[in-house]
Ligand binder design. Sequence first.
Ligand SMILES: Nc1ncnc2c1ncn2[C@@H]1O[C@H](COP(=O)(O)OP(=O)(O)OP(=O)(O)O)[C@@H](O)[C@H]1O
Length: 554
Amino acid sequence: MNLLRLIKLIGPARIRRLLLAAAGSALSSTLILVIVNAAASEIAEQQRAGVNFVLAGAFLASLAAYMATEGWMVTQMAAYLEEVVDTVRMRLVDQVRRSDLLKLERFGQARLFESVTQAGQLISQNSEFMAITLRSVLSVIAVLVYMAVLSPLAFFVISAVLVGGAWFYVRLSRALEEQQVLLMAEEEALFESVSDLFDGFKEQRLSSARSDDLNRIFVTTSDRTMAQRGRVHMHTWQQFIFGEMVFNLMLGILVFVLPHYSSSFSQQMVKVAAAVIFLSTPIFGLMQSLAVMTAADGAAGRMLNLEKDLAALAEPGQDAPFLDLPADFREIRLDGVEFTFPAPAGEPAFAVGPFDLTLRRGEVVFITGGNGSGKSTFIKLLTGLYQPMRGRLMVDDLAIGPQRLDPYREQMATVFADFHLFARLYGVPALDTAEVDELMRWMEMQRVTRVDGDRFARRDLSAGQRKRLGLVAALLEHKPVLILDEWAADQDPHFRRKFYREVVPALKERGLTLIAVTHDDQYFDVADRRLHMEEGRLREVPLDTAWHGRGVPA
Ligand SMILES: Nc1ncnc2c1ncn2[C@@H]1O[C@H](COP(=O)(O)OP(=O)(O)OP(=O)(O)O)[C@@H](O)[C@H]1O
């Protein structure tokens, strides 16, 4: 069971304490039954006229012990599990942080997201049920021991009915699980059509045919989900009713069958019947918590298995100590760098390179090329985010192996084509407010938003404005190399001009090495060099070569 794997992480000492508390709770609740039975038989046999204060005192003491141990166990179990879930979640996030980009891209986000957010939540929310399960199992054992003392015959018969009932109950649970899996698939399809509606709201509003089609799919999916949910309800109730039936069956056996097989049983019948009724609390508790825990068990499995799968995404050589790079390096060189995307069998794979190229410090280099020619792939190789399959990256005379990869990446600030505007200015420890204000004014963003502490006050901005904030954040990093992927594509003509005629020259003036992917041929003269990409190959072209966005420059 996955939950047991998770609980093991709590540690042996804490597990021992939890088991002790659960045993205390189960024992004290069984003592309540024993005391009530003893007091009841005293009254039935008219041995005492008044209250038996010893039994009443023992009753109150057991009640207090039960409340104390149960309360402690449930809260501690919740706290320990919260800690364990938190630890696993932190380990997952840490593994993601240090993953290889290409492997992570292929792995996809959905599983990561679910495990880091929802799965952990599901386990935390159900922690009290795990405590209830533990206590219930021990309570059932304690009551059965008490029953064995009262009547060995009743003990064997009731135990046999319980074992048979549990076996059949587990089979019903499996059937229920299968139905729940089918329900999840239906709900996913329903979710997809709802998100289609929200994400494509504008498009469906503009076309009644599209809107009707979308609605038709939604109605069909919704009907199927409703029918499947009905089947899940039916199985849930079958299971519940079966549980009740087993209970009533046990009472029936006690009253109608056992007296015929043992003459002495009749004297103990009332006490045994009370014990069976008393069993209902832990057994129904178990039934209820097992139903909930199936989902929590699945969530624990997903979290723990993800850890193993993420280990395969790790970038090699991350554990070795880093080797520094000289702060005053003169050039970055690509020596025969080649890279091919993995492709399914029979499918053509996209390959880039070999790249043999030197980028000198302080240069402004523009990279041009058609859609899909490999510019972004080249940028990922240049930034060390993709690893060359052949050839190597060099900084001056130093090869960038695994131990220099992180220090190498540290040299670069980027605004990718699909860049993410972070909620905070992460990685900029001491913000110079004068510099921030100056950059915001330079990007003409001072009237749109401001930097509040270490975050932009607003992020609900247009694509061009977000890119400007991305550039502010990149410049605040003070890295020697700035890489921009189609940064100016979202800018209006005024700011595009300002970017090429004012910002780029000023950045060059500051000594920054600027590598920019661009299609803006009227500003090519701003660059020191221009490299053109075609079908994964780069070649240097003169700056005055015209290019109109298609094919080889003329
Ligand atoms: N993660 C990936 N897995 C497989 N193939 C990929 C992946 N990313 C890109 N490709 C393929 O690599 C090729 C080049 O993509 P790339 O994004 O480098 O082009 P680009 O020149 O930047 O294009 P654009 O100007 O449209 O942004 C494309 O044919 C694309 O299908």
